[in-house]
Design a protein around this ligand. Sequence first.
Ligand code: GCO
Ligand code: MG
Length: 404
Amino acid sequence: MTDAIQGVDVIVASPGRNYVTLRITTADGIVGLGDATVNGRELSVASYLRDHIAPLLVGRDPGRIEDIWQYLYRGVYWRRGPITMAAIGGVDMALWDILGKRTGQPVYQLLGGRVRDRITSYRHAFGWDLPALLDQVDERVAEGCTHVRVQTGVPGLTTVYGVSKDPVYEPAGRAPLPAEEGWDSESYLRYFPGVLAAVRDHVGEQVGLLHDSHHRLTSNQAARLAKAVEPSNLFWLEDVTPAEDPEALRLVRQHSTTPLAIGEVFNTIWDCQQLIEQRLIDYIRTAIVHAGGISHCRKIFALAEVHGVLAAPHGPSDVSPVAYAASLHLAAATHNFGIQEYMGYPDLAHEAFPHAWTFENGALQPGDAAGLGVDVDLDLLAAHEYSPAYLPVARRLDGTVTDW
Ligand code: GCO
Ligand code: MG
């Protein structure tokens, strides 16, 4: 076969933060790019790709995207999980990239074409105290953002998820071992609703406000929170309860009309099936990279469409600009798309992955370049080596490990 897969390279590098990048080359010289980054577990997914997947791909027809997906998923007894699914996700987006480049079409065109003119985004605002938070909210609104995620420090705690005392927030700390942080849900529950009300007062009714609880609350605490913030009219409340317990959201649903979002750590359609079919959520947050690529997320979003749930893919800085492009192409062609998170990237990441996608005035565009529309600067990656960086581990005030 003249256009068979010939080379599969896995590059782990750190242009501003760690990424696992996959380059699939065909015999006729087309290069497809994929992202397979799992924050804090980069080397495991790189080994899975290099040692177990690359040998299976060489010689295959890169146009048989669905068949390769099924082969990599069903052909292995030990399936699902973040490492496996990010590896498959990276391969899948690289194959879509190849197909786009071969046919001269942007990927969104191959997915059925645009169903919208622009992709609505939300950005992050945080502040250790209210004045600092309001400053960042104002900055976001001045940038043209219509939707802003708000996170605040909590009195009595010295560290809180999503908040930094510096102007830039990156959750993974560059160190050989993860940092440990203290957490107290009751202090947070007492404090946060008031902060949100103050932000709502400050920005008026027009701005969509979002908030992320990072899987930390019990079902009852989450229901109390969702109820307490109703007057502030949240666009969504994200990850209120642990992701592996879909039933936990039922109580929240029964007690509040606050829209609920979850799913950034889900890896397959089966992780979200119950939540979607039983309409326990309003937004499904699967990231294209962590849930098996474009091919699988498309199925998740189709299931969501049947049940009135909207797609709202995860878009933090640990989803590389390559996977981010895949997310935007899928968003452009998905009718039940809701909103795309845009956390933004360090400058070096933009340089390492020159991209056709754009963010302007609060809106995102996938661009019209063939494939995913992202390139890679291999010299720049070679000059910025991987070094360990980990998300923190959280402990309750009595020392018990809790969800971070
Ligand atoms: C979000 C997230 C992230 C995660 C991070 C973990 O909603 O953007 O919760 O910030 O913490 O992606 O790797
Ligand atoms: Mg989140």
